[in-house]
Design a binder for this molecule. Structure first.
Ligand SMILES: [Zn+2]
Length: 297
C-alpha cells in the first residue's frame, strides 16, 4: 500500500469512541448479592480447529482435541455442575449440535441454558457473506435438534461488527457476551442511535484456553493450578469489591481435562464461600438487567 493510500485509510477512522454505549448503570444485584458470576462455557468441539482451516478435518489428532468434548469433557463438566448444584450457560456451535446431538441433549437435559455460538465458529467480520448464514444456520439447528430458541450469543473468536450487532437484534437475541470493555452489564447503542442487545462483558482472565492447552499450532507450557487460581481469585475478589460481575469462558476441551476440572471445582467452591456472589446463567443476568432498566425507565 502506498503511503498516501495508508494516510487516506487512517484518515477515515472516526473521531469518536468505537463503543458509544452509555456507561453501565449501577443496578443492585438480586437478593442482596454483592457481585455476580456469569458461569459460561463455550462448546466449540471440532469447530475450534476447522474454523481457521476446513482442511484440518483430515488431521485426526488435531480433531481429537475437539472430539474430547463430546466423549469426556462435557459429560465430566455436567457431572461437576450437578454435584455443585449449579446451572450454567453453554454457547454451542451449530456444527457441534449436528455432529454431537447426544452431547447437546445432555446439556439441555441437565437444565442448563443453551446459547448461540455461530455454526462453523467463523469469526464475524464486516462484509463477510457468511455472517448471516452463521447466525441463521445456528438458530435453525438449535431449534430443529433441541427445540431451543436462544436468547444469548457469544461471538466465535470474540469479534464483532456493526452488521452483526444489527442482525442479532433483528433475529430477536436478547444478550451478547463478547465485549471486553466493562465489569458490569450494559445496553449496546447501535450506530443508528437505537438500543441494541444487553452486553454481559467478558475478560481474557477467565479464558481457560490461555492457560490449559498446548497443541501443534501453538505449543507452549501450561499454567499450574496455583497460577490460574491466583489469577481467577484475585480478579473475582477485586470485582466483588467493585460490585461487578465476572464471566467465565470455559472450554470443555480444556477445563474438562482431569487436572483442569479439579482446578475449576476449587474455584467454584472458593466463589461460593463468599456467600454473596450470585452465580447465574446469562439469561438470568440479562433478565435482571432488563427488569432494573425498565424500573429505572
Ligand atoms: Zn468458541
Amino acid at each position: 500500500m502506498a503511503a498516501s493510500e495508508a494516510a487516506m485509510t487512517i484518515e477515515r477512522v472516526p473521531l469518536h469512541p468505537a463503543n458509544r454505549a452509555p456507561l453501565a448503570p449501577e443496578f443492585p444485584w438480586p437478593e442482596g448479592h454483592k457481585a455476580a458470576m456469569f458461569l459460561s462455557v463455550d462448546v466449540d468441539a471440532e469447530t475450534a480447529w476447522t474454523c481457521k482451516d476446513p482442511a484440518r478435518f483430515s488431521e485426526l489428532v488435531t480433531m481429537s482435541f475437539g472430539g474430547y468434548e463430546a466423549r469426556v469433557g462435557v459429560p465430566k463438566l455436567l457431572e461437576l455442575l450437578r454435584q455443585e448444584s449449579l446451572r450454567a450457560t453453554f454457547f454451542v456451535t451449530g456444527w457441534s449440535v449436528e455432529a454431537h446431538p447426544a452431547m447437546a441433549e445432555a446439556i439441555l437435559r441437565d437444565g442448563h441454558e443453551i446459547a448461540h455460538h455461530g455454526f462453523h465458529h467463523l469469526m464475524p467480520q464486516p462484509g463477510d457473506p457468511m455472517l448471516v448464514e452463521e447466525i441463521d444456520r445456528g438458530l435453525e439447528v438449535l431449534k430443529r435438534r433441541l427445540g431451543v430458541v436462544p436468547v444469548g450469543y457469544r461471538a466465535p473468536l470474540g469479534e464483532s461488527c456493526e452488521e452483526l450487532r444489527v442482525l442479532l437484534k433483528q433475529r430477536g437475541l436478547i444478550y451478547s457476551s463478547s465485549w471486553r470493555d466493562d465489569v458490569r452489564p450494559y445496553r449496546h447503542l447501535l450506530d443508528d442511535g437505537t438500543p441494541g442487545l444487553i452486553e454481559l462483558p467478558v475478560t481474557m482472565t477467565y479464558d481457560d484456553w490461555l492457560y490449559g492447552l498446548s497443541h501443534r499450532y501453538s505449543p507452549r507450557p501450561m499454567f499450574p493450578r496455583e497460577h490460574v487460581l491466583s489469577l481467577w481469585q484475585d480478579e473475582l475478589a477485586e470485582t466483588r469489591d467493585w460490585g461487578g460481575m465476572v464471566t467465565t469462558v470455559l472450554h470443555p476441551q480444556v477445563s474438562g481435562r482431569p487436572m483442569r476440572l479439579r482446578l475449576l471445582r476449587s474455584f467454584l467452591r472458593h466463589t461460593r464461600e463468599y456467600g454473596d456472589v450470585w452465580i447465574a446463567t446469562g439469561q438470568e443476568i440479562a433478565a435482571h438487567f432488563a427488569t432494573c432498566e425498565a424500573k429505572a425507565g
